[in-house]
Design a protein. Structure first.
Length: 216
């Protein structure tokens, strides 16, 4: 890790005790650094308060959804592994920032920004754990396993629920229609027919109520 990057860490302003074991010190520094996730705001509005959710809240919500909704996965999944995927998947946004689902401009640079952020963030860990967490992140992004596909499905379902509760939410983004929302959330049905049908019911009823625009 570049010394200049190390000086930007949260622990640089208040270093951990020098007598800590080197491995543990690196792990704790990472734990402190990812506290930044709590400051990364998403576009989705909370159901319970008049503010936007942050990435840490989103990741926690997905982990709980894995426990509750695993029975709807079309392929058998390991619940613990899927939970690890959703907890790790947005950590890179600490440095890359959140790219909203309907932000077509930001999407053009999203992959490059997030890969650079992954190199920087996971590189803070001891080598074995850096490989482990980077592997989880890559797996989620590639949707290369049943667990990753189901994790991605929940990552798309959770904002739909928040949009429903907000009677619009990010559905009111300029240019977003029911058809656009269906296209951007197609990963739900790819992993779960039942959850895909639920998503269609939510979008369809939102369209009928005027919360998401119909095609012109």
């Amino acid at each position: 890790m570049d010394d200049a990057l190390l000086t930007d860490l949260l622990t640089a302003s208040n270093p951990l005790p020098e007598e800590l074991d080197e491995r543990l010190a690196a792990q704790l520094a990472f734990v402190v650094e990812v506290d930044r996730l709590k400051t990364v705001l998403r576009q989705s509005p909370l159901a319970a308060a008049a503010r936007r959710e942050n990435d840490a809240e989103h990741s926690w919500h997905l982990a709980l959804m894995v426990i509750l909704l695993a029975e709807y996965a079309d392929e058998p999944i390991d619940v613990g592994h899927t939970m690890a995927l959703v907890v790790v998947h947005d950590l890179v946004e600490i440095y890359a920032g959140d790219t909203p689902l309907y932000d077509t401009v930001g999407a053009a640079t999203q992959e490059a920004r997030e890969r650079a952020a992954a190199d920087r963030l996971f590189g803070l860990l001891p080598a074995d754990q850096a490989t482990l967490l980077r592997g989880l992140w890559d797996e989620f992004e590639a949707k290369s396993t049943p667990e990753a596909r189901f994790a991605k499905a929940l990552d798309r379902l959770e904002p739909l629920l928040l949009n429903w509760m907000a009677r619009g939410g990010t559905w009111r983004t300029p240019g977003v229609t029911a058809a656009v929302s269906r296209a951007r959330t197609s990963a739900i049905a790819e992993a779960s027919r039942a959850l895909g049908a639920a998503a269609e019911a939510i979008i369809g009823e939102g369209e009928r109520r005027g919360w998401v625009a119909s095609e012109a």
